[in-house]
Ligand binder design. Sequence first.
Ligand SMILES: Cc1cc2nc3c(=O)[nH]c(=O)nc-3n(C[C@H](O)[C@H](O)[C@H](O)COP(=O)(O)OP(=O)(O)OC[C@H]3O[C@@H](n4cnc5c(N)ncnc54)[C@H](O)[C@@H]3O)c2cc1C
Length: 386
Amino acid sequence: MKIELTPDTLDWQAKARAYADEYLQPHEVEAELNGGVLPAEITRRNKLRAIELGFSAIDVPKEWGGLQLPLVDQVAIWEQLGRVTNALSWCFSEPQEWMFEACTEEQIEKYILPMMHGELKDCYAITESGPGSDVAALDSTATRQDDNYILNGEKWFVTSANLADYFWFQARLPEEDDDALFFVDQGTAGIEMTANPLFSHTYAAHHPTYQFTNVSVPASHRVGQPGDGMAYTHSWFRHERLMIGARSCGAAARLIEEATTFAKQRMVGGEPLSEKQAIQFMLADCATELWAARLMTFEAAAASDRGDDLKTVHNRCSMVKLFVSEMANRVADRALQIFGGRGYMRENVAERFFRELRVDRIWEGTSEIQRLIIARNLLKRGLDGM
Ligand SMILES: Cc1cc2nc3c(=O)[nH]c(=O)nc-3n(C[C@H](O)[C@H](O)[C@H](O)COP(=O)(O)OP(=O)(O)OC[C@H]3O[C@@H](n4cnc5c(N)ncnc54)[C@H](O)[C@@H]3O)c2cc1C
């Protein structure tokens, strides 16, 4: 299923595929059976190799020592890394381009570049139990006190917080009628992990709940300028939604390949399972939907690279997140069905992806929130503005 890609993009795609196949995929079952955790030396090796290949620098501007790859290349990379279960590809951190617009030089040196070099890891604390999907209505506050801000609030589902060195903390500034992000170092007085629930997937990165009580951070830890509000969180959403699309395409491709191989080998009633039309129809639907998903994901990335209108790009990232995450869930369901009872075993890739892909319809804005964004855009700007 070829999409016309440049030699450079194909080169990145091949590098990422080789890395996923050689370094990550062989450890999936081991991770699944060990709470998502691999031996420290394997995790270190995988992280070092990813950094050596340049993956932690793909969205970093050249003036900061990064590769500043077009988003199309980044999608090609994350599509291949998405073929692997248990979030084994999260072994390295990756700064995003907007961070270099938002942050001061001092912040970039202290928090952002060390991520590219594999020295620090971040986590993102936006969601709260009350507002939930309505991220514009956060209860957490940041109040100025002399040269500091005092942060208060409870944050849920803080992915990777158990491994991270610092939080991006989103809060309301009641005195300014504004919102802002703050850097908050792990271990600052007043931060307490109040719950660490288990989730459907088996990842080394957990999603704990944190209480922030009168946490004092220097004013220099505020990100961006007064009036920036949620702008940078929206930049984060756009990037993540597109990359969820990329990873979901990779997951779906792996599932289709593995289910097809199995169906050709599995004998049922004296003939390969793949001869059964019911199975062929499932595979045909999977392949067709994957092709549509890949076309829209790469085109949304290309639109951003071309410099298309930001609102149009934002809307397309929502469409990608909505369609591609739901497509991958349908593919995982069909693949599991094709494997039969074997597909329900945790050592089977379809079983793991069946659980793991489910959250892609929830985090970074649920499918319903993406539909709201798309519908509002359609009503305001019409089809031509999408
Ligand atoms: C494993 C995991 C990891 C996560 N990681 C992070 C993280 O690192 N950082 C972070 O900040 N957050 C994180 N999240 C939070 C995630 O982004 C939220 O769960 C998500 O935005 C939905 O919010 P909610 O769970 O409060 O659901 P709710 O907002 O309570 O929604 C419940 C249901 O109502 C629907 N709904 C809500 N509003 C509307 C509406 N206006 N119209 C129609 N339907 C609506 C939703 O689509 C959903 O189906 C994570 C979540 C999970 C499960």
